[in-house]
Design a binder for this molecule. Structure first.
Ligand SMILES: *[C@@H]1O[C@H](CO)[C@@H](O)[C@H](O)[C@H]1NC(C)=O
Ligand SMILES: *[C@@H]1O[C@H](CO)[C@@H](O)[C@H](O)[C@H]1NC(C)=O
Ligand SMILES: *[C@@H]1O[C@H](CO)[C@@H](O)[C@H](O)[C@H]1NC(C)=O
Ligand SMILES: *[C@@H]1O[C@H](CO)[C@@H](O)[C@H](O)[C@H]1NC(C)=O
Length: 277
């Protein structure tokens, strides 16, 4: 009985073996060695050709690019605003340093590139005038932005940036845009949304991004460029504690857009603050 059952198993095994290698026809998985070699050769040439075509296209594309200025700039776009510390909500207990340490550490790290040692080679530019260097050799010169311009928000006199007194500093910066020349001088205006009242101090006092920091010539051409900053100290008092304030900062006074319906970061930035004690 068992030999009857074994037979078909043996047969199927032998045909399986034949399929892998058939000694009679010399076929390996249904094809002769010659046929396999031809197929392999075909694919080798085919993929080699595709890879060559791809490399050639890339090479031609790259030849047309300039390392120093982006190729496609049909119009100079408007900059977005961002804040430091980078957080949509700034929530902390002013009596608990561990709660605001991440914010002050972030500010300190961000401002470290404005320290004197990083600004040694930067020059004192003329306030109120664009620093045009179109025909100057590369790399372009960089205007100094002294950290001390940020006064009480510089972290120099108050290492807690006001967080320990519940009057936190927020730093507003504008994204870099090559060739941008805002006209006239833009300034930052921060207000509380809804019906909340908010007093703030700006550093520098006039809250402006001076023209001398424009235009920016690009990452490679303008190595070490430092963006101008405006620090905003939120003058909260005890009636503002324990509730969430929505604050919006806008760039005003210039031709830069700040109320695009589709892009809520274009020329403005909103964040929430809640200080407990
Ligand atoms: C804030 O921190 C202080 C000191 O640690 C504590 O006494 C107080 O209860 C905290 N306040 C809140 C609202 O958590
Ligand atoms: C700042 O914005 C508020 C609200 O839009 C406005 O009332 C105020 O006049 C602005 N401040 C300046 C200096 O333009
Ligand atoms: C708190 O500040 C607001 C404006 O920022 C002011 O109107 C109010 O009088 C201040 N309250 C106290 C208790 O100082
Ligand atoms: C703003 O203040 C800075 C520093 O105090 C000064 O250099 C600059 O000329 C001022 N800008 C305007 C437009 O008043």
């Amino acid at each position: 009985m068992s030999s009857k059952e074994d037979k078909p198993v043996e047969q199927s095994q032998s045909s399986w073996k034949d399929f892998i290698y058939n000694p009679r026809s010399g076929e390996f998985i249904g094809r002769t060695a010659r046929s396999w070699a031809l197929i392999l050769l075909f694919y080798l040439i085919f993929y080699g050709f595709l890879a060559g075509l791809f490399s050639l296209t890339m090479w031609v594309m790259l030849q047309t690019l300039d390392d120093y200025t982006p190729k496609y700039r049909d119009r100079i776009s408007n900059p977005g605003l961002v804040i430091r510390p980078k957080a949509p909500e700034i929530i902390f207990n002013r009596s608990a340093p561990s709660e605001y340490k991440e914010y002050t550490d972030h500010l300190e790290a961000f401002l470290s590139k404005y320290n004197g040692e990083h600004q040694q080679n930067n020059i004192d530019c003329t306030p109120g005038a664009y620093f045009i260097q179109d025909n100057q050799p590369l790399p372009k010169q960089v205007c100094k932005f002294e950290r001390s311009l940020l006064g009480q928000c510089s972290g120099i006199t108050d290492q807690t940036f006001g967080y320990s007194e519940g009057r936190p500093c927020i730093i507003v910066k504008m994204n870099r845009i090559i060739g941008l020349k805002p006209k006239p001088t833009p300034f930052i205006n921060c207000t509380a949304k809804k019906d909340d009242k908010l007093s703030v101090n700006y550093f520098p006092e006039n809250a402006t991004f001076d023209s001398m920091y424009f235009p920016y010539y690009g990452k490679l051409a303008h190595e070490g460029y430092v963006q101008p900053l405006v620090a905003v100290k939120l003058l909260l008092n005890s009636s503002d504690f324990n509730k969430k304030l929505s604050v919006e900062c806008k760039i005003e006074g210039s031709n830069l857009l700040n109320n695009d319906d589709r892009d809520k970061f274009l020329g403005r930035v909103a964040f929430q603050v809640k200080v407990t004690e």
